[in-house]
Ligand binder design. Structure first.
Ligand SMILES: NC(=O)c1ccc[n+]([C@@H]2O[C@H](COP(=O)([O-])OP(=O)(O)OC[C@H]3O[C@@H](n4cnc5c(N)ncnc54)[C@H](OP(=O)(O)O)[C@@H]3O)[C@@H](O)[C@H]2O)c1
Length: 315
């Protein structure tokens, strides 16, 4: 099968077109014919060796954890889908080698779900990891509801633009940080207040927009943003970061709670997200669709860290 893979860790130039054997669907797995594959910052981190020692891997390594495609073959014991079904999945497995930048990928049945009826494959492929991450951040540690106040950092990116829509749908007042070129985009997603991080310290802006402090910060940026976010929480507020483990001691001193969140594959949650898409509550934004052979170009873009919504590869 056609695939884009690396034979050693490095930058985007290591991504090469290869002819590799088609994976098989093991027991409990489904083989998918990939129509579109989402590109995530983690794909570029993996290719650069950033997960070496954290997760087992092997070369040639096909990156890619997001897929939208059709069911090609059922492994033993699989009963929830049929050949030809249109599905989406977070295709992450215990070890990294046979990812979605390829004509076929095998995924656990429990990680996939029917894709939203109203999305094109290239829109659907933009959502599994980012959508599940957004959903799990907003449901963790007690979740949010009507009247909650939520600050989302990195709101114009892959996870952030979906998190703003989901938080808004839950009835929260959503505040967001983003760069200058995405202010209108983020307002358009339903944020009540949008802060241009390149012009204003978000702590000062939040002092003006929400002086009582927020119930939840979703940190999709890391570094100083994680550390300084403790200052904009109300007492017993929560900070969830997808980038790094927040400082527990500093949090304890301020009387707030924190955690690092590692998104999990979850077919049931994807079914729920599909429903929200079909109800027009949630919509992925795709900045650019690349052909599979241009995966290196997509990695150069995602490594810049300024994506508006998502990047996708079409097979
Ligand atoms: N732990 C997990 O399971 C998990 C899952 C998914 C993602 N992640 C991580 O979460 C992070 C976000 O993922 P993503 O897919 O949303 O990335 P992304 O699509 O690259 O988006 C990142 C966004 O952050 C914005 N940004 C950069 N610096 C900022 C700052 N100082 N303040 C506010 N916004 C800033 C960028 O926009 P501007 O152009 O406006 O700067 C960009 O839109 C990445 O580090 C990713 O690896 C972790």
């Amino acid at each position: 099968m056609r695939a884009i893979a690396i034979e050693r860790f490095g930058g985007p130039n290591e991504l090469k077109a290869m002819d590799l054997p088609r994976p098989r669907a093991d027991r409990g797995e489904v083989l998918l014919r990939v129509v579109s594959a989402g590109v995530n910052p983690v794909d570029a981190m993996i290719c650069a060796g950033g997960f070496d020692g954290l997760m087992p891997h092997d070369f040639p390594l096909i990156p890619g954890w997001d897929v939208a495609g059709s069911v090609e073959e059922l492994g033993e014991g699989v009963s929830s889908v049929r050949k030809g079904d249109r599905v989406w999945a977070l295709a992450r497995k215990a070890s990294i080698q046979w990812g979605c930048y390829a004509e076929y990928v095998a995924v656990p049945e429990s990680s996939l779900a029917p894709m939203p009826a109203k999305l094109l494959f290239e829109e659907a492929a933009a959502m599994p990891l980012a959508g599940l991450t957004a959903y799990q951040c907003l449901s963790a540690m007690g979740g949010i509801g009507g009247g909650s106040r939520v600050l989302i950092h990195g709101a114009g990116g892959g996870v952030g633009h979906l998190a703003v829509q989901l938080a808004r749908h839950a009835g929260a007042a959503v505040y967001a940080t983003t760069g200058s070129d995405k202010l209108d985009f983020v307002f358009g997603l339903g944020a009540a207040g949008v802060i241009d991080y390149s012009r204003e310290d978000f702590r000062e802006a939040m002092g003006r927009l929400c002086p009582e402090g927020v119930d939840l910060v979703v940190d999709l940026v890391g570094g100083d943003v994680t550390a300084h976010s403790l200052e904009v929480l109300r007492e017993d507020g929560r900070l969830i970061s997808t980038v790094e483990e927040p400082d527990a001691e500093a949090a304890h001193k301020r009387g707030v709670r924190t955690r690092f969140l590692w998104a999990e594959a979850d077919g049931e949650q994807l079914t729920h997200l599909a429903q929200l898409v079909d109800e027009k509550v949630l919509r992925p934004h795709v900045e650019k669709i690349y052909s599979l052979n241009d995966a290196a170009e997509a990695h150069r873009r995602v490594r810049e860290g300024h994506t508006r919504g998502k990047l996708v590869l079409n097979l």
